[in-house]
Design a protein around this ligand. Sequence first.
Ligand SMILES: Cc1cc2nc3c(=O)[nH]c(=O)nc-3n(C[C@H](O)[C@H](O)[C@H](O)COP(=O)(O)OP(=O)(O)OC[C@H]3O[C@@H](n4cnc5c(N)ncnc54)[C@H](O)[C@@H]3O)c2cc1C
Length: 524
Amino acid sequence: MSEYDAICVGAGHNSLACAAHLAKKGWKVAVFERNPVAGGAVQTRELTLPGFRHDLAAMNLSLFAGSAFHRMYADELKTRGLEFVPVADCFATAFPDGRWLGVSTDVEKTAARIATFSQADAQAWRGLVAAFPGEAQHLFRLLGSPMSARALAATGWKLWRGKGTAGALDTARLLLSSPRAWLDAHFESPQVKATMASWGMHLDFAPDIAGGAVFPYLESMANQSFGMVLGKGGADTVIRALEKMLAAAGGVVATGAEVAEITTSGGGATGVRLASGETHSARRAVIAGVAPRALASKLLPSGSGNAGFDAAMRKFRHAPGTMMVHLALSDLPEWRASGELRRFAYVHLAPSLDQMARTYQQAIAGMLPDEPVLVVGQPTTIDPSRAPQGGHVLWVQVRALPADVQGDAAGEIGPSHWDAIKERYADRVLDRIETYAPGLKDKILGRAVFSPLDLERENPNLVGGDQICGSHHIAQNFLFRPAPGFARWNTPVQKLHLVGAATWPGAGVGAGSGFMLAQQLAGA
Ligand SMILES: Cc1cc2nc3c(=O)[nH]c(=O)nc-3n(C[C@H](O)[C@H](O)[C@H](O)COP(=O)(O)OP(=O)(O)OC[C@H]3O[C@@H](n4cnc5c(N)ncnc54)[C@H](O)[C@@H]3O)c2cc1C
């Protein structure tokens, strides 16, 4: 048995960032991870063929690059090997009629593309981009602050001081609107609206879900204003650098070390018991980077002592699942709409608000969507180092799938366990890409399919393949994430904290919860 100041359960990037900051502050820290490697949803592996490096899950590191953690530790992370590759041609949508629309960092390039759909929308875009710095300061301050009624009130006050009543109400409306309501108010072209709305589907904001507008807005404006970044050689550059930073500060990451129980005494956390039977104690904090359900149902076998909290953790709502299709290719897709699409990091195949709304609803109802919403990532167009000379990897994210399949909206695949049907559903995904990029199948050298259940097997935090570890709908966000009264990474058990995507400020590789908690515990 070893004794530490703090023990982190799970080596997701939030736990690692938390551990690294605590270690820098002189705490003796250990991180226990059940998998053979650290990183959780941020991993890069040769999933198909030797030499083809695939980001298993997260690929876009823009949130990390813009995070407060990175601002504080950029120099050290760089010396520990962190390397980004900037992306100028960020995201695009291909439409079934052969047209396309893409957002590149040159605003006039983007506006000219938008103008082919609507001159008025091109003007609206320029206006939103010009106003973005003023809007972003309030939104980013909110997202970068510990969540409390006071923080919300302070944001409201600063908003009102900065923008006046009408301006503050505009921001409030943006935060409460559905993507469709907000897009209808600002744009007229269905294609422009669809191109932006596809960002809502990266979370669980289908076009008609209240509170979803802010994500398409922020992603569109941030990509336009700052571009995107990928990790050089793979997204795991972040994890390797964090691990080295932690080790240099005296911290330990133990892999292949599943935590079976968080030990408690007198209403406080005292340490962990591993599945192997080993026990380790923590003097000052146990920091669980796990899904709320696992915390209440598994890691605290006798409960937290607060029945309301335990019930909220067990009932924590998860979003629909995701499937990943990873391809090793002999060449990039030949997009029918334009050769220019080969330069984009993401090509969305989500051609209309109605299609996205239908797909999401089918998934919620347990049906395999007939027309899946696809995010086609082309990392090797930006970073060729991830594949052998001339080769490419394709990162295909299938958004909004049921965890338990009750049927097929296309009436082709019988309801069955994911293990039995995932390859057939992946064929549907590839057929769909093929209609936009004929000849893709002939370029495939290898493929690896991860169903929603496979993703959960890889990382139990991805419950039912939920890539954001919990719905971000308003009723489970802000003060309600993960439950009212517990938005500041606290739990009813003294010295036990919950971090990660299930907690404020939510999913994404932004290290927000881990870093803010570490600062709360050990100072900035
Ligand atoms: C398919 C997919 C694509 C995504 N794409 C992007 C993207 O491009 N950009 C972006 O910003 N975000 C993306 N995300 C979201 C983002 O990756 C996650 O929100 C984020 O990585 C979650 O980090 P975390 O710190 O909460 O922990 P996680 O990454 O969820 O890691 C948790 C870790 O804890 C371990 N663990 C759990 N229980 C135990 C236990 N009992 N004992 C020991 N270890 C345990 C798990 O094995 C895992 O390693 C994506 C997510 C997925 C799934």
